[in-house]
Ligand binder design. Structure first.
Ligand code: DP6
Length: 350
């Protein structure tokens, strides 16, 4: 796989003088959702999750060490990062500094091509790209699994964007501490000869009112439906692995759709309720149900936002996209295929 080739060219010791690196990563969409942490600090999830990395919406991040700077400087799409976004990136750089033993501050320039904060997994591609660029710039030579473990600390779903195609993120075991940290990482998941596409209907690209971090905390703390969903999600994951191996896209879609709707049910039952789905989301869900009645393999999944992603066969993707465009006028619709994992750009070798 391309990302493994790219990562494996890093030789131990060879990277120590490299003070600049640029990495690219793509978002992933979970077919079995991550919703709920058992350790906030280490970002340890309560359940395993499974995703497909997309070939669209890359995030490109350049990290450059500045020996003379007293603070990290971070630009997000050309504008200086502030507040929570800056705090999370600096906290992540602190982890990389701690591991590398290098104290320098960094200049980070990150460019997202996906709307930020709209439930389109910008934090997944963002922290996967940052993890690879920062560890390389600081001279750390992590393999993909260790990189995934580290990316998890920035944003849980980022652990999966280290890998291309389908990836499973293991919840691991233990309450926290070093053992909990070690056991929770993502890795590629075996799949048969599927030819899937994910049609992304962006019904609203604005930032969400409640962050996924806050919403999942509230759900775990207050929703009576959380426990039952987490238990059924374990069964969904086992069934999903079988469906992927058998290359049974109808089964994959059916399991993904019920898992996502269940996750939204847990939020609706939180106190106070969290509702990400908008009227346009439900209109798209109706269109997906109609496509199925017409014999098209099409199943929906939704994250912490109103946008709907529809899993279908690659040969049907354009038809599905045009049905969704007609169903939700004003939305923008993108067709994604399975994409690559996080990788370095050539600049790192100069
Ligand atoms: C609904 O990975 O953004 O997209 O770990 O708090 O940063 P933090 O959360 P994040 O949550 C993603 C939740 C989800 C489901 C998923 O991607 O599995």
């Amino acid at each position: 796989m391309a990302e493994q080739q790219t990562l494996s060219v890093l030789e131990p010791g060879a990277a120590t003088d490299r003070a600049v690196a640029t990495a690219v990563a793509q978002p992933n969409i979970a077919l079995i959702k991550y919703w709920g942490k058992r350790d906030e600090e280490l970002v340890l999830p309560r359940t395993d999750s499974l995703s497909m990395t997309l070939d669209i919406f890359p995030t490109t991040t350049r990290v450059h060490l500045d020996r003379t700077a007293l603070h990290d400087r971070v630009a997000l799409n050309g504008a200086s990062a502030t507040g929570e976004a800056l705090r999370r990136i600096v906290a992540f750089l602190d982890l990389v500094r701690e591991r590398s033993g290098r104290p320098e501050r960094a200049v980070v320039d990150t460019r997202n091509t996906v709307p930020t904060g709209a439930g389109l997994a910008s934090s997944a591609s963002g922290f996967a790209a940052l993890a690879l660029a920062a560890t390389t710039a600081y001279g750390l030579d992590l393999g993909p699994v260790a990189l995934s473990r580290l990316a998890r600390r920035g944003s849980g779903s980022a652990s999966r964007s280290v890998f291309g195609g389908f990836a499973v993120w293991h919840a691991g075991h233990g309450a926290g501490g070093p053992d909990g940290d070690l056991a929770s990482y993502a890795e590629p998941v075996p799949a048969g000869d599927l030819d899937p596409a994910l049609v992304v209907a962006v019904v609203n690209a604005g930032p969400k009112d409640v962050s996924s971090r806050a919403a999942m905390r509230r759900t775990v703390d207050t929703s009576p439906l959380y426990g039952p969903w987490a238990a059924s999600s374990r069964d969904d994951l086992a069934a999903m692995r079988t469906a992927l191996l058998r290359a049974d896209l109808d089964a994959v879609g059916e399991i993904a759709e019920r898992n996502a709707l269940g996750m939204h049910a847990t939020m609706l039952a939180a106190r106070p309720a969290v509702r990400y789905l908008a009227p346009a989301s439900l209109t798209v869900l109706d269109a997906v149900a109609r496509l199925r009645r017409d014999g098209v393999c099409a199943y929906a999944t939704m994250d912490a936002g109103p946008n709907v992603k529809v899993l279908c066969r690659r040969v049907d993707a354009e038809r599905v996209a045009s049905v969704l465009r007609g169903a939700a006028p004003g939305s923008t619709v993108h067709v994604a295929l399975p994409g690559p994992g996080a990788r370095l750009l050539d600049e790192a070798w100069r």
